[in-house]
Design a binder for this molecule. Structure first.
Ligand code: SF4
Length: 277
């Protein structure tokens, strides 16, 4: 059985940077905390915990030491509060996420009512919302658009890991309903490349295995994109979850991985599948 890996797959620049900054912080000999898991990958978060990087659910749980802001970014009020409480802040916000913050702010300052295309409860979207002005709305798809829009002048910004087709769908639905529409395509290039490569791969193989946290939105989106063109798609976190029965009678399997999936995790799954063929 042929096993093919997507041209662009696995850990991205922003996640690698966040992992490196957290690792460096853990070597300072003080307490290190993240607000929520550093990345949406339970195995990587567990490995960080072994190095002394603790996950806090709110600032109230952190008395001392270093606070690492995740690649998803946060509401700037949280950073201000952390500094006020005497914590050392290491800002690992991905530059692509910071660009989405800047776009949201520019749209709001330019008098646009902002619509954010993204997942309502996702920490990155909460951070963008904090920059997007009081009338900002979050929609996951065109069906979430309200019957009455807040204004005729609308600005759109998008969660960095959304799919282009989702953004296009919302923009097309808005266009006939507004007098002015400004769109910031803040989908990051790492996401766009991984999504495109995943789709290309899914079109040419008999089955696809997508590797990454079950809680990872960008990994789930890769699986969704593959499923749209290939019915045999399996989302796993680790090699232990791979079932040899999935590949009975197949000639080829494609493997891709989300931007928050460490290389070793993807390599483990590739090796496991090769051993089954
Ligand atoms: S997926 Fe894109 S925005 Fe998110 S951390 Fe990676 S590079 Fe940054």
């Amino acid at each position: 059985m042929r096993v093919e890996v997507a041209r662009h797959a696995g850990v991205c620049y922003g996640v690698e940077r966040a992992l490196r900054l957290a690792q460096e912080a853990s070597e300072q000999g003080v307490e290190v905390h993240t607000l929520g898991p550093l990345i949406h990958n339970p195995q990587a978060v567990a490995a960080l915990k072994d190095k002394g990087v603790d996950v806090a659910s709110s600032l109230d749980e952190v008395d001392d030491g270093i606070l690492v802001v995740r690649s998803h970014g946060v509401d700037p009020a949280i950073i201000e509060e952390a500094v006020k409480r005497g914590l050392d802040v290491v800002d690992a916000t991905c530059p692509f996420v910071s660009a989405a913050h800047t776009c949201a702010e520019e749209l709001a300052n330019g008098g646009y009512s902002v619509i954010i295309v993204g997942e309502e409860d996702h920490p990155e979207v909460e951070g963008i919302l904090a920059h997007a002005g009081r009338s900002a709305l979050i929609v996951q798809s065109a069906v979430d658009l309200p019957a009455k829009l807040p204004a005729r002048k609308i600005g759109v910004v998008v969660q960095t890991t959304q799919s282009l087709s989702r953004l296009e769908e919302v923009v097309s639905a808005l266009l006939p309903r507004v007098s002015e529409l400004r769109v910031c395509n803040t989908i990051c290039s790492a996401t766009a490349k991984r999504q495109l490569s995943a789709e290309e791969l899914a079109l040419t193989v008999d089955a696809v295995v997508v590797v990454g946290g079950h809680n990872s939105g960008n990994t789930a989106r890769l699986a969704e994109i593959c499923r749209a063109v290939n019915p045999r798609v399996h989302h796993v976190e680790t090699a232990d979850e791979v079932d040899p029965a999935w590949f009975d009678g197949l000639e080829s399997v494609g493997v891709t991985a989300g931007a928050s999936t460490p290389d070793a995790q993807m390599a483990g799954v590739v090796e496991a599948i090769k051993g089954m063929g």
